[in-house]
Write a protein that binds this ligand. Sequence first.
Ligand SMILES: [Zn+2]
Length: 283
Amino acid sequence: MTFPPQHTLSFDVEEWFQVANHAHACPRESWDGLESRVELAMGRILDLLRRREARATFFFLGWIAERHPDLVRRVIDGGHEVASHGYDHRFLQELDPAALHEDLERTELALAAAGAPRPRGFRASTFTLTRRTWWAFDVLVERGYRYDSSVHPIRHPDYGVPGFEPGISTIETEAGDLVEFPVSTYPLLGRNWPVGGGGYFRLLPGVVHRALFASLERMGRPTATYLHPWEVDPDQPRVEAPLSKRFRHRVGLGSTLAKLEAFLERFPSVTMEELLASRGDLA
Ligand SMILES: [Zn+2]
């Protein structure tokens, strides 16, 4: 592995039925009655990371940490980082500062009860940290978070902050500073393309995806790739949705693990905290 490390891998730890695209068919009240598949999928991911000697950041929903504290412990035992994805996947625009404090506290308590150290990193549900919800940075600093990975510097109908710095940057708030480490994008034709997410990971041929990351590496830009446990679970139940959403959810599910293995072979990954600390960004 090169030093300082240049590549990070992260997972948003949630169930197949907690995806925003499935909200219409799987409302929160139904969650406890649906088939849990997160342990199975996480087992596959943790095995692969152990085999490749890679480390990753796991942004846990508090809801998951409460029901699967053993998963939190397995992540810690594997040498990975535990971070926060909020309690039950609410969009930031559904909350106000007081409600976000409560949501984060509930998640921190669930993580602590499972034996995790206090999380230093946060990722909002569905990249809902936008100009509209910029106040969330103040809340994160007030609660002691050191970095965030919720801003997506792209143009998208539901989220994103087009024109935002796509590399690592500092956000200044009244309460202090916070590091922003956005998911990787690739600059092409005057736009940033969201290549760091699981959708592109599954959609693009592995050789093309790896060429884009090799190019980011040559630009000297630290990378952030993220996936969800359900993306390595082709046998998850099918959910009724418009064809485009169904395609986006299911494309390439059967080959994600093999692709991830090839990716890690070429781009050894560390946790987000580790990469930021190696650059002195968390000092
Ligand atoms: Zn999520």
